[in-house]
Design a protein around this ligand. Structure first.
Ligand SMILES: [Mg+2]
Length: 406
């Protein structure tokens, strides 16, 4: 007996960054807006109102302004987009654990194990996203990744299109060869030159002819042209939701400088791990325990996620001041970093980031260089200059040999 067709959905948020801005700022709704770095002058995302007037991504801001003089430019806020993305995928996770996130606003999920019709479940997901996030999102539904991805993109925005199982090949026949996986502009032109403009032509072409344009990829390409695509939906194991460390002190501590130093060291260690995992974090929680086991804690977030410990130092100081009921000494203190983002989603639009006045990128490079030295020469090889000041105090931990300024 033939296997039941898989139930796969591709989702893709429409004009994601611009849509988020329009959700958060009602006065921008219905207007041509573009998100982009004003200095670098590249349009990262354009609202559909702007697209209708010819604005495209990526396009120099100057060119976009010429085409559309009324264009409203909005600086990007990556932390906010990551947050929306996170919440969008969380909604899907409520329906199925099989979710493959491809980028900040795009992914696949699988509902094969579910009895309900695919349109019913996908409709429920769409409604939840609309209601809680107000974001316009496109959905393509079908039996494999290829057709669902095309279906969501082809009928954008707010598409909700099912390619019924069995009709995959028919759905693809009339489409340009550019829709097939692995066919970019260059390969597309090579196929065009052989008269293989559409998917149907590719399906009909002898393998030897196809090989002249795409070499050893010919067989696989023809499979795709026939609407056959066995690629699985690869759900990645749950990422850690937070990173934390705490220490119970042998002697109760009442010196603020000493506590701060220890917490900073914990932050440094955690941050090295976060960088090694390819992550960014936004929220810092500081926790303390007094001799009677009573505890206090407080949290604070950065505007944008970071992977550099020094970004969190000011928050650490503030939190410690806020939660520590002096003159009580401390038995234990710890830090936790939460709201974890994947570096790939944060770095996706680096131009937005590199405009930071504090040289964000340079500091990340420095931190990575230090990580590398620690790995090859050991933890004692290099450390922050503040440790010189505490040289005499910390007998157990010898100070590092090299220092860098923070
Ligand atoms: Mg999108």
């Amino acid at each position: 007996m033939a296997q039941a067709p898989r139930k796969i959905v591709h989702l893709d948020a429409d004009a994601f960054f611009a849509s988020v801005e329009q959700v958060l700022e009602p006065s921008l709704r219905g207007k041509p807006i573009a998100v982009g770095g004003a200095e670098r002058g590249i349009v990262c995302s354009a609202s559909y109102e702007a697209r209708r007037l010819g604005v495209r991504t990526p396009m120099p801001t100057a060119a976009a302004r010429r085409i559309c003089p009324g264009l409203i430019m909005v600086p990007g806020r990556h932390g906010v987009y990551s947050e929306f993305s996170h919440r969008m995928f969380e909604i899907i996770h409520d329906f199925t654990p099989e979710v493959e996130r491809c980028s900040i606003d795009e992914g696949y999920f699988e509902l094969s194990g579910r009895r309900e019709p695919i349109e019913e479940l996908t409709g429920a997901i769409r409604d939840r996203i609309r209601k809680t996030l107000q974001l316009p999102v496109s959905f393509g539904m079908g039996s494999n990744k290829l057709v669902t991805q095309i279906a969501s993109k082809m009928y954008k925005p707010e598409s909700f299109h099912l390619v019924p199982p069995g009709s995959e090949a028919m759905f693809l026949y009339p489409l340009s060869n550019r829709w097939l996986p692995g066919v970019g502009e260059k390969t597309g032109k090579a196929l065009d030159a052989l008269g293989l403009h559409n998917v149907f032509h590719i399906l009909q072409a002898p393998l030897s002819l196809l090989e002249r344009a795409v070499g050893s990829y010919a067989r696989e390409l023809r499979q795709y042209a026939a609407g056959v695509d066995e690629r699985p939906v690869v759900s990645i194991a749950e990422d850690p939701k937070s990173y934390g460390q705490q220490k119970t002190f042998l002697e109760e501590l009442e010196n603020r400088g000493e506590v701060e130093l220890r917490l900073k060291r914990m932050l440094d260690e955690l941050m090295a791990k976060i960088r090694a995992d390819g992550k960014y974090v936004r929220t810092l929680t500081v926790r303390v325990r007094y001799p009677g086991m009573e505890e206090a804690q407080g949290s604070q977030s950065l505007c944008e996620p970071s992977c550099v410990a020094t970004d969190f130092y000011p928050l650490l100081k503030e939190l410690l001041t806020r939660i520590w009921r002096k003159p009580l000494p401390l038995r234990m203190a710890g830090v936790k970093l939460s709201q974890v983002y994947r570096a790939s989603s944060v770095a996706l639009h680096l131009p937005l980031f590199s405009g930071r006045p504090d040289g964000g990128e340079a500091r990340i490079r420095l931190a990575r260089a230090v990580d590398q030295l620690h790995r090859t020469l050991g933890q004692g090889a290099i450390g922050p200059a503040r440790d010189i000041l505490h040289e005499e105090k910390s007998e157990k931990e010898p100070p590092p040999h090299l220092f860098f300024e923070e």
